[in-house]
Design a protein around this ligand. Structure first.
Ligand code: FAD
Length: 407
């Protein structure tokens, strides 16, 4: 570690091509980064970095939806569902904060223009996914992440105090002579930029780019964890990686297309090559993944099947139009035939250790979203808890930096 740190300091000592100054630099433009920016004081000068184009982030890919406390009577069940999925390794304080904050977050998203599915009376409609005891997931067709992220981005773009730098890769943290974090080093168009800031927020997303098969964008390679650790930040549960059971089987390498768990919530079933069911589709993801792997091994095959035969055509048309379209592009008509599926890396429960205000163990460095570990998910994430968790704890990071009281 010391050797690496010395190397970082040497790298920092090289003269940069340019220098920028701001109050807060946010590395990442997914929901974690965007919601941090929206909740920071508008008097602060904020710079946001995106490694690729601003819309290349996993937040844009989220399909199934976002959890919310259905009503006050749902608290115990939501809490228990989250803990059971997480093998009871969750940090209970964080789970409590997430659940208690969920309705305010959904209302805030709606006030920012996010549209969720509603019934004919105009009330929110809720769907269900694996390991949820009741339907408590708000959704927008099967592109909930795109709907939320696009609207948050539009709100951020209206702010005069926030600038977004695309195709700009953070390569290191900056420390002052006392060792205090004071900004980041970044690269854009082969030039290096020192960005000095009072506070730094890492919202750098997951680690799927490190895997041959993953549902994540390839650019997401765990940069935040690596760089924070190089400077001595504590990491947590780096081996807690979620594999999603139902990704479209494709021979070619690259990002795997996910078939949302809400498809199973609406009745889709998993079949082997003999057309037989072999697992309860609504068990937690790790359990379903394990059952599929075992069945693949038993049958000596590279994939099993997901069948929509029990899902009404109208539900497929209204709730899963994009899944339907993508499967069709690959030659599978989900109205008529089962699609081949295989498990793939999907989500990272571990990350940079943070407290309930998203502060890392390094003063002035915060981490939010998938790169952080606040303990909400324990050993295995409950479906549709990650967008919510990212938003709740991004707002808390911002409020802490604003010096607002965080309850
Ligand atoms: C296919 C799919 C479906 C999903 N469905 C759901 C769902 O239905 N419900 C749910 O709750 N969750 C879902 N998830 C998980 C959820 O989308 C993510 O956990 C969440 O969006 C992560 O948000 P984030 O802000 O942490 O990261 P991201 O949205 O991935 O953003 C990461 C950002 O960090 C930037 N970045 C990374 N490294 C650097 C660097 N070195 N320098 C500069 N910038 C950098 C990237 O450019 C990007 O802007 C899904 C995930 C996938 C992949």
């Amino acid at each position: 570690m010391d050797k690496e740190k010395n190397m970082n300091n040497k790298k920092n000592a090289n003269k940069p091509d340019s220098r920028l100054d701001c109050d807060v630099v946010i590395v990442g433009c997914g929901v974690g980064g965007l919601y941090s920016a929206l909740n920071l004081d508008h008097s602060k000068k904020i710079l946001m970095l995106s490694k690729d184009a601003v819309d290349i982030c996993d937040s844009m890919l989220a399909q199934g939806g976002i959890c919310v406390l259905h009503d006050e009577g749902d608290y115990d069940a939501f809490f228990e569902d989250t803990l059971r999925a997480g093998h009871y390794e969750n940090r209970k304080e964080s789970v409590d904060i997430m659940i208690r904050s969920s309705r305010d977050v959904i209302n805030d998203l709606i006030s920012k223009g996010v549209e969720f599915e509603r019934d004919e009376k105009g009330e929110l409609t809720y769907t269900k996914e694996g390991a949820h005891s009741i339907p408590r997931i708000c959704f927008h067709e099967d592109i909930t992440g795109k709907e939320i992220t696009t609207k948050l981005l539009a709100n951020v773009r209206k702010l005069d105090n926030v600038s977004i730098m695309e195709y700009t890769c953070m390569t290191d943290l900056l420390e002052d002579e006392t060792g205090r974090i004071c900004g980041v080093l970044a690269e854009k168009d082969n030039s290096s930029i020192e960005i000095y800031a009072g506070d730094v927020i890492f919202a750098t997303g997951g680690i799927g780019g490190q895997y041959a098969y993953s549902t994540n964008y390839r650019i997401l390679t765990g940069d935040g964890c690596r760089i924070a650790s190089d400077h001595g930040a504590e990491l947590e549960h780096m081996d807690y990686v979620q594999i999603h059971p139902t990704c479209l089987y494709r021979k070619k390498k690259g990002r795997n297309f996910l078939i949302s768990e809400s498809a199973r919530g609406e009745g889709a079933i998993i079949l082997n090559h003999k057309g037989e069911r072999f697992v309860d589709e609504l068990l937690p993801r790790d359990v379903v993944t394990e059952a599929i792997r075992k069945e693949m091994e038993k049958e000596g095959v590279e994939y099993e099947f997901l069948s929509f035969e029990n899902v009404p055509d109208e539900v497929i048309r209204n709730h899963f139009p994009h899944i339907c379209e993508t499967c069709l592009e690959d030659g599978y008509d989900i109205f008529r035939e089962p699609v081949p599926i295989v498990p793939a890396q999907h989500y990272f429960m571990g990350g940079i250790h943070v407290d309930s205000n998203s502060e890392t163990t390094l003063p002035h460095l915060y981490a939010v979203g998938e790169t952080s570990c606040n303990g909400v998910h324990g050993k295995n994430r409950l479906a549709s808890n990650s967008l919510l968790e990212s938003l709740v704890f991004a707002a808390r990071a911002a409020k802490k930096i604003n010096s607002e009281e965080v309850v």
